[in-house]
Design a protein around this ligand. Sequence first.
Ligand SMILES: [Zn+2]
Ligand SMILES: [Zn+2]
Length: 364
Amino acid sequence: MKAAICYEAGKPLVVDEVTLDKPDKGEVKVRVGAVAVCHSDLHAVKGELHGKLPGVAGHEVAGYVEEIGEGVTQVAVGDHVVASAVNAGCGHCYQCNIGLRHMCTGIDIRAMMAKGGHHIDKNGVRLAPMAGPIAGFAEYTVVSQYNLARIPQDLPMDRACLLACGVMTGFGAVHNRAQVKPLSSVIAIGAGGVGMNIIQGAVHAGAYPIIAVDIRDDKLEMARKFGATHTVNTAKEKDPAEAVRKLTGGRGADYGFLTVGSMEALRTGFNMLGRRGMMVVIGIAMGKLEAFTAGEFIGSEKILTGSMMGSSRLDIDVARYAELYKAGQLKLDELIAGHFPLAKINDAIKSLEGGAVLRNIITF
Ligand SMILES: [Zn+2]
Ligand SMILES: [Zn+2]
């Protein structure tokens, strides 16, 4: 089979023939139908995640179950599935039993990554998975059954793969983590792929106003298409926090969602919150929280927290999003900028680097 191999950080991927192991106990071989190129893949192939090389990125996969290993109970051959970096949980541990399956302690992710991810071989060299355990920039992948969620057979693969990461992360942060209340105000800091899904999640939650915050007008324009009621361009606004207060009755926002990986954006966003406001961190910001004082958490009772891939229950949430899409209540088509064959994956990556494109999809 063919895979897009990253030999050297920052260099173009090399599409080449590789061999793939058969699925081991608890594992599933998936024929990839579509895989989205996400910014996490960009970070990985540029070497910013400091993963092992050579490797294969790609973590937003939709495909067909081709073969199952011993003891697989979650899916059957012929099922249509998405493969996601978040796992569905063992179903038996304390966290799974209280409904927080993304916090599962019953599955050893590190052991799974070390073993389950190293299925691809090129001339005797094992290729490491990058940006999660999926290694989806390939015609086939072998993954743990716990990384799979079944999808309806009539859901197109290029739409379905979006559910594996961006949609789940944005929608889930709003509904599962923050549990945004109707008529409360929301700011989405960063109007990229995940930001758009925060905005459409906030629409579903009945929030108002929904304020998109970014430094680019073209992205803010796009945010309005996904349901943002207002926008704030932090590059143009002298006092962005004041601009948000003006839009929220002078109070500041009830909920903030940060998809920009910058400590400065986190500080700016925290200032945009009102009393008891909650900031949910989603984008990985490298840095320390030095700009915060303990006192400001007491005086305002603000909350600073995070959300791990939308705090998702993989199989339940993916099935719900699939239904929403089919009912015309979830925008997926609008997230797609272009389709590319695997042989043109470097073009798909390059066009994503410009920043204006939401998702490019590799189809097979
Ligand atoms: Zn992703
Ligand atoms: Zn568990």
